[in-house]
Write a protein that binds this ligand. Structure first.
Ligand code: NAP
Ligand code: GDP
Length: 343
């Protein structure tokens, strides 16, 4: 007689975000029972993830509230916890340094404390970031590269990263960190340069003059002159596809022991190359539409950020599946489709 395997449960913070939505879909296919922490908002929709709502157990709460985290983790005793919730935008972290420290840094520590005291058998994934390497002098970066945060977001993530390692060593908890390099998708917030560009390209291609979509920091994605305003075009990043990366998170919690893993593509591109790829996907010339606005140039720039993912490839067998060109074209195509409905 076939033995029935127990349904696994996962508690996901940041379920409304880009990665949380892809991870939830990935785990649903694996038959997980999912508990998702959701901040109460005046608009209760989940955006382009709303279709999955009926399969999820959504729980109102906040990473700022230790009592609510304790209550849920004590009650549900999840097999796995994915801490993806954060104020995740570098530029915004200079405007909201205290909230960023609290949600992105202390929020993780609140999860670790709850696990230590209430569900020490749970396996935890902590969302670390290539921003930890900040003002790095090493290229590419791997798990041994020195941590040199260069902005309030990275400093908050460094607190969470070090505490993950400390709680693992001190209390024997299974806490793994994924040091993920930039990863994008059609669900990426327009606060990030990839989506800001793909939305602008779609708006320009469709000649949208009214109903211009919102871009970074809630501003219109095209300015009064119909131009896309960007900051540092020479910034270098290692851009991958979010849906590829959530599988790496899950694989880390399948491993025999907790550890730290870089997740990246190993390929570097500039913001200028990103513009070129996105505009040329629709036959437009980026130089005709992009202007520089110092508002988007950061007080300190990080990088060049490019990851060496050989550890996760050799230990867990993970590797990226989507190329930079495929990713950019996927984002532009998705925004064209979305904006056609606005015309
Ligand atoms: P995202 O789209 O900005 O999503 C962030 C999520 O965190 C949202 O669901 C947000 O909820 C939630 N959140 C924010 N503050 C919260 C709080 N106080 N309590 C509970 N939830 C809160 O970010 P992402 O791109 O999916 O990234 C997921 C994680 O990976 C983040 O921790 C990010 O810093 C990290 N990371 C991302 C990248 C990347 O390139 N995407 C790279 C490295 C690391 P609301 O919907 O209510 O705002
Ligand atoms: P980050 O790497 O997490 O900060 O992701 P972003 O997508 O916000 O930024 C990636 C890079 O693009 C950074 O080096 C930014 O300085 C650069 N960049 C250039 N222009 C812009 C812009 O207009 N908005 C944003 N968000 N980033 C920009």
């Amino acid at each position: 007689m076939a033995t029935k395997t127990k349904t696994k449960s996962a508690f996901i913070t940041g379920i409304t975000g880009q990665d949380g939505s892809y991870l939830a879909e990935f785990l649903l296919k694996k038959n997980y029972k999912i508990y998702g922490l959701l901040r109460r908002k005046s608009d209760p929709t989940l955006g382009n993830f709303d279709h999955s709502r009926k399969h999820l157990n959504l729980l109102y709460g906040d990473l700022a509230d230790q009592a609510c985290i304790n209550m849920y983790l004590a009650k549900y005793q999840p097999d796995e916890i994915y801490n993806l919730g954060a104020q995740s935008h570098v530029h915004e972290s200079w405007h909201q340094p205290l909230a960023t420290a609290d949600q992105t840094g202390m929020g993780a520590l609140r999860i670790f404390e709850a696990v230590r005291n209430l569900c020490p058998q749970s396996r935890v994934y902590q969302a670390s970031t290539s921003e930890l390497f900040g003002e790095t002098r090493e290229v590419p970066q791997d798990e041994e590269t020195q941590i040199r945060p260069a902005n309030p977001y990275a400093a908050a993530k460094a607190l969470a990263h070090f505490d993950a390692q400390i709680y693992r060593r001190s209390f024997g908890l299974f806490i793994s960190t994924g040091i993920l390099f930039n990863h994008e998708s059609p669900r990426r917030s327009p606060d990030f340069v990839s989506r800001k560009i793909s939305l602008a390209v779609a708006a320009l291609k469709l000649g949208l003059h009214k109903n211009i979509p919102l871009g970074e920091s809630g501003q219109s994605v095209l300015n009064h002159q119909g131009k896309l305003e960007l900051g540092n075009l020479d910034a270098k990043r290692d851009w991958g596809y979010a849906a590829d990366y959530v599988e790496a998170m899950w694989m880390m919690l399948r491993h025999t022991e907790p550890d730290d893993f870089v997740v990246a593509t190993g390929k570097v591109h500039t913001v200028r190359q990103l513009c070129q790829a996105a505009f040329s996907a629709t036959g437009l010339k980026w130089q005709d539409h992009v202007v520089i606005n110092p508002q988007w140039v950061r007080p300190t720039e990080t990088g060049p950020l490019v990851g060496d993912y050989k550890k996760i490839r050799s230990t867990l067998g993970w590797k990226p599946k989507t190329t930079f060109k495929q990713l950019v074209e996927m984002m532009v195509t998705a925004d064209l489709k979305r904006l056609r409905q606005l015309r």
